[in-house]
Design a protein around this ligand. Structure first.
Ligand code: SAH
Length: 345
């Protein structure tokens, strides 16, 4: 039996087998077979529903210095901003009126947002919209802080591990950031009862097929509820400004593989994918994704949350964005729904 059929029948494989699988990314027949299977599985669990998450990028201050990231501490040319609680609540109200039932609060690791301030924010949002899910994506925090945020009403947490290989991790991050701490954070979040999202960039500098095999191996063991993958895209103020972006084809291949590996996973067609290909998100949905995360941040701040260059949807008001997305999603035979979109049982 070839490796593709073997994977479809028994998705839990060895590292070496995952490496053979990854080698098939350039084989059109293999890609097609995986895509069909991924779509079948997505439909089996989620029908043609696409869940939307209202992304609120509430601060671009960051104490970290990840080599690939445009909002890294040492990018002195970036205009920094921080939304007030009132502004954040306004974004939520706007999103709620547009049909969003999940809010994602994402930011740099900004020490101004202490545990107390974050708890107060989460509690207020939870009280104001008790029918909505709250997702946090604010990096590595002590377990006790994660616990307090959960208690205040947070449901989910997105913390991409970035790479499952320690030395690759160390090549992408400065000394002082630790692979084991990031992995420990994921374990802590899981133990506290969060729905947990991990993930990585496709085509990040130095990534090879062995690393990708390790990603799949890690996902098959950790089994996150959500997996965020998107292509790496260079940012002009980082050391990787001349590096090529990750490939659309590899991203789509991996989306299909991840859908098969974790059938019920919540899998976004990411903004990064929509940035390197004008139909990237549509293609992502057809590869097995079932989530889209439009931006609810106030337009005037969006350009400053530049993780990478040429990010899409910078000027659009949220209402326009959602209408555009509804058409895009319909074009691939799916529908955006008004729903919290929890992981299916
Ligand atoms: N501070 C939070 C949020 C980070 S930004 C945290 O640490 O989790 C969200 C994600 O954007 C990152 O996890 C990373 O995978 C992605 N990202 C950062 N720079 C990028 C780039 N140049 N290209 C593509 N994705 C990038």
């Amino acid at each position: 039996m070839n490796i593709i059929e073997q994977f479809i029948n028994h998705p839990d494989m060895s590292l070496m087998e995952y490496e053979l699988l990854v080698e098939q990314a350039g084989n059109p027949e293999a890609v097609k077979r995986l895509q069909e299977e991924a779509l079948r599985i997505r439909r089996q669990y989620y029908g043609d529903k696409v869940y939307i998450r209202g992304l609120i990028e509430f601060t671009n201050y960051c104490k970290n210095n990840c080599y690939y990231c445009g909002i890294r501490r040492d990018n002195k040319s970036l205009q920094r901003y921080r939304l007030t609680k009132e502004q954040i609540m306004e974004c939520c109200q706007n999103g709620y009126d547009l049909g969003f039932r999940t809010f994602v609060f994402q930011g740099g690791e900004d020490p101004w947002f202490t545990e107390d301030r974050m708890v107060s924010l989460v509690r207020s949002v939870h009280e104001a919209w008790p029918d909505c899910a709250i997702t946090l994506s604010v990096g590595e925090l002590p377990k006790e802080t994660y616990r307090a945020l959960k208690k205040a009403g947070a449901d989910r947490y997105l913390l991409r591990h970035e790479t499952a290989d320690k030395s690759h991790y160390e090549s992408l991050h400065p000394e002082g950031m630790s692979f084991s701490n990031r992995m420990q954070c994921l374990q802590n979040l899981r133990a506290l009862g969060y729905q947990v999202g991990a993930g990585f960039m496709v085509g990040s500098p130095g990534q090879n097929k062995f690393h990708l095999a390790k990603e799949l191996y890690f996902l098959s063991h950790f089994k996150p509820d959500m997996v965020g993958i998107g292509p790496f895209i260079p940012h002009h103020k980082t050391r990787y400004k001349e590096e090529p972006a990750g490939a659309v084809s590899m991203t789509l291949f991996l989306l299909s593989v991840i859908r098969i590996l974790l059938p019920k996973v919540l899998l976004p067609a990411t903004t990064a994918l929509g940035t390197i290909d004008p139909y990237g998100r549509e293609k992502g949905l057809l590869a097995g994704a079932n989530v889209i995360m439009p931006n609810l941040s106030p337009e005037k701040y969006r350009k400053n949350y530049a993780l990478y260059d040429n990010k899409i949807c910078m000027g659009e008001e949220a209402a326009k964005c959602i209408r555009c997305l509804e058409k895009r999603v319909a074009s691939v035979g799916a529908q955006i729904v008004v729903d919290r979109g929890d992981v299916c049982k």
